[in-house]
Design a protein around this ligand. Structure first.
Ligand code: TYD
Ligand code: MG
Length: 462
């Protein structure tokens, strides 16, 4: 390819094509190819062997002593927790999330708190004007925090400013990477090559200066970081900020962390004064529940979010339909395929027919559950709704249901039981092979081998 030529780059996967096409040949996405200037290519250098002529690098031992990286607290425990204990100097963190979920709010709050504790913080907004950011800071009660603020999108100008600051900042926030552009490249901000080039320059700055860098990334309709997945490979830590905009709670989840585990989450609630930290998430999802009350179709499920137990309420409603009509099944917060499977197991193994009923299932509070241990809680809610008999108000249920109707132990049962006991629950329905579920202090554990046995027990109990 000679100089001045253009090429077509897929904005979803980064594949390069010589000609425009409606569909990317690599990832099969439609309408993702965008025209970009081809990089200058020198055929002579490429033909040379790379086995000679280089500089010798010193090889080191893996066993050499290293100090653990120092952690910089963001002043927000829930954010620190998701980061695996705080920010690491010179590290790069990418925060993704739907528009309006609260990424800018979260980072402005963290910036304010860190500035107050004496750290140098620079906040660069490419999306909002400085006045807008200032107004938001005022609403958040952070107007007096010494955050160096800029509304800018040119990476060269940003880096020149940052390196020229009298005291180098300990934290730099770029909101968002899709608005940044590098003047070394043609093309509009937000294209793969612009995002990649801007990120590369900013990351190099972070590694050289030792500043912790946080990049905000947009998320596309199907939940991926917009444009380049490549960005995820370039950074040290990737966090996703999730939640329903219509609900209060937000979960900050680590999906990649070079400095810690990815099983920790941070929980926040969006309020009138920004994001509040929720140290005890179970209380958030059980707030509307009257203590000890038992309603038909409602079951408390001790879910695990990473290694953190979160109690939530599963609600089922079963409505008779006239014979002949196809009954509806609707699910919010759980997998509808899994519901169909459970209904089939209840019918085939326990003799409970839902065929003449519409079934509605809801996870209260807008939580989305992916934990397979929800099976048993959902089954209990369905049985309770169908038979019109409430479960004991102080009961929780968890465990996996197999197609044979047998119950399988859930992971980290003792953690779930401990959390349930902490919130005043007195008994738990679990699989008999409950793993570490036995002998857990104040909570009485009833183990069942099959779903049928549990259904019988519920039918007999008062
Ligand atoms: P924002 O941080 O701008 O989202 P993002 O940067 O992820 O796009 O979040 C804005 C939303 O949060 C907006 O819809 C209003 C709401 N919000 C509150 O409810 N309370 C507040 O104190 C603030 C600052 C925002
Ligand atoms: Mg924003």
């Amino acid at each position: 390819m000679a100089k001045g030529k253009t090429r077509y780059v897929c904005q979803a996967c980064g594949a390069v094509a010589a000609r425009w096409a409606g569909q990317c040949a690599d990832c099969r996405e439609w309408n993702t190819l965008a025209e970009e200037a081809a990089p200058v290519f020198t055929p002579f250098a490429a033909k040379q062997s790379l086995q000679t002529g280089g500089r010798r690098i010193a090889l080191e031992s893996l066993a050499d002593e290293v100090a653990l990286p120092a952690r910089l607290s963001t002043g927000m425990d829930e954010l620190d927790r998701a980061l695996g204990g705080g920010l690491v100097a010179g590290s790069v963190t990418l925060i993704g999330g739907d528009p309006g979920i609260g990424k800018s709010t979260l980072l402005l709050q963290a910036a304010g708190k860190m500035a107050r504790s004496g750290a140098g913080v620079a906040y660069v907004s490419g999306e909002e004007a400085a006045d807008q950011v200032r107004l938001r800071a005022r609403r958040l009660g952070l107007a007096k925090a010494h955050v160096a603020l800029a509304a800018e999108t040119n990476v060269r100008d940003i880096l020149t400013t940052l390196t020229g600051m009298a005291t180098a900042p300990g934290l730099v926030i770029i909101d968002s990477i899709q608005t940044m552009h590098s003047d070394t490249l043609e093309g509009a901000p937000g294209t793969v090559s612009q995002v990649r080039a801007s990120a590369q320059e900013l990351i190099r700055y972070a590694k050289l200066s030792g500043a912790a860098l946080i990049l905000v990334g947009h998320v596309t309709k199907d939940g991926q970081l917009a444009g380049p997945r490549v960005l995820e490979h370039m950074v040290d830590t990737v966090l996703y900020f999730e939640g329903e905009r219509s609900h209060q709670y937000r979960i900050l989840r680590a999906v990649k962390n070079r400095f810690g585990g990815t099983d920790e989450i941070g929980v926040f609630a969006m309020g009138s004064e920004g994001l509040e930290q929720v140290a005890n998430p179970s209380s958030l999802f059980l707030t509307s529940r009257t203590e000890g009350a038992s309603v038909t179709g409602a079951v408390v499920f001790p879910a695990l979010e990473g290694t953190r137990p979160v109690l939530c309420e599963i609600q089922a409603l079963v409505v008779r339909v006239p014979s002949g009509a196809t009954p509806r099944r609707a699910v919010v917060g759980w997998d509808s395929g899994r519901l169909a499977m459970l209904l089939a197991v209840l019918e085939a193994r326990c003799g409970l027919a839902f065929g003449g009923h519409e079934v509605y299932l809801n996870v209260a509070g807008g939580l989305r559950i992916a934990d397979p241990a929800a099976d048993l809680a959902v089954a209990c809610a369905l049985v309770s709704a169908l038979t019109d008999r409430p479960l004991p108000g102080d009961a929780v249920a968890f465990g996996e249901v197999a197609l044979s109707g047998e119950l399988r132990a859930a992971g980290l049962a003792s953690l779930r039981l401990k959390e349930a006991a902490k919130l005043g629950f007195g008994r738990a329905f679990v699989p008999e092979s409950g793993g570490d579920a036995k002998g857990s202090g104040p909570i009485s554990v009833a183990g069942f081998r099959t779903l049928g046995a549990l259904v019988d027990h519920l039918a007999r109990a008062d």
